[in-house]
Design a protein around this ligand. Structure first.
Ligand SMILES: C[S@@+](CC[C@H](N)C(=O)[O-])C[C@H]1O[C@@H](n2cnc3c(N)ncnc32)[C@H](O)[C@@H]1O
Length: 241
């Protein structure tokens, strides 16, 4: 074998070896990255779960019950919602469930509360869960904040003054994306059927919204009405049209 040919073969082998090492290194770096991401998610999940478990009996500010918080969480995760707005933060129980779900879908939440003490407590609670990066807190009157909102939303949770629910719905309607859900808390089927409550008026109003379907979640403890821009009924939910 000529000297030039030998040098060329050695050089090819070196190049191959170096390429192989580079490939294996890249693979290891990518895998390490995945491992880091997974553990960060797991740490956050464990922290939120621990907080929710420890505080399950502590919510005294008209907060959603645990079961209703979980329903909100599951709706967001199941439907992949990413742009959420909450009306009525209180001390942040529903905020935690919503923000936790958004940490899984890559979304964010803005939430408004009029009472300063509750607003401050909610901020502290969210900080304790590690979910601060997912939430923008607004201290203010939702009657003014909601109509002035810019942008679009795929998930709205209405849980402030019940007498204003219809206004909140009408103000948010033009800002909803084409797969959005507007969710109202404390709306119950039995009272709707009695036909004499603010809930009846609310349900009658949202059922007139074009291109939206209203469902009452059968598993909610304190009444959850979903009004969604789709025709597919939610899993386990009841179509009241
Ligand atoms: C039922 S509580 C919300 C509970 C909260 N979603 C939770 O689960 O933790 C209703 C909250 O709405 C607030 N609120 C009532 N009217 C409001 C308004 N006009 N603007 C902003 N917040 C309001 C109240 O101060 C109260 O904290």
């Amino acid at each position: 074998m000529g000297k030039t040919k030998m040098i060329a073969q050695i050089s090819n082998k070196r190049t191959f070896r170096l390429s192989f090492i580079a490939l294996v290194s890249s693979f290891l770096i990518v895998m390490t990255g995945f491992a880091d991401t997974a553990s960060a998610d797991e740490i956050l999940d464990a922290r939120v779960q621990q907080f929710l478990k420890e505080h399950v009996g502590d919510w005294r500010d008209m907060n959603v019950p645990y079961q209703d918080g979980k329903i909100l969480h599951d709706i967001i995760v199941d439907r992949g919602f990413t742009r959420a707005f909450e009306i009525g933060t209180s001390t942040g129980h529903s905020t935690i469930w919503i923000a936790w779900a958004l940490s899984k879908t890559g979304g964010t939440l803005a939430t408004v509360e009029i009472d300063e003490r509750r607003y401050e407590t909610a901020r502290e609670n969210i900080a304790a869960t590690g979910l601060t990066d997912y939430v923008e807190f607004i201290l203010g009157d939702a009657h003014e904040v909601v109509p002035a909102l810019e942008g679009s939303y795929d998930f709205v949770f209405s849980d402030a003054d019940k007498g204003w629910y219809i206004n909140y719905f009408d103000d948010m309607y033009p800002k909803l994306t084409n797969n959005a859900c507007f969710i109202a808390h404390n709306v119950r089927d039995s009272q709707f059927r009695s036909g004499r409550s603010w809930e009846a008026e609310y349900l009658s109003h949202v059922r007139k919204a074009p291109d939206m379907l209203t469902l009452l979640h059968p598993d909610a403890r304190n009444g959850i009405a979903l009004t969604c821009k789709e025709t597919k009924p939610g899993q386990g939910a009841m179509d009241d049209r």
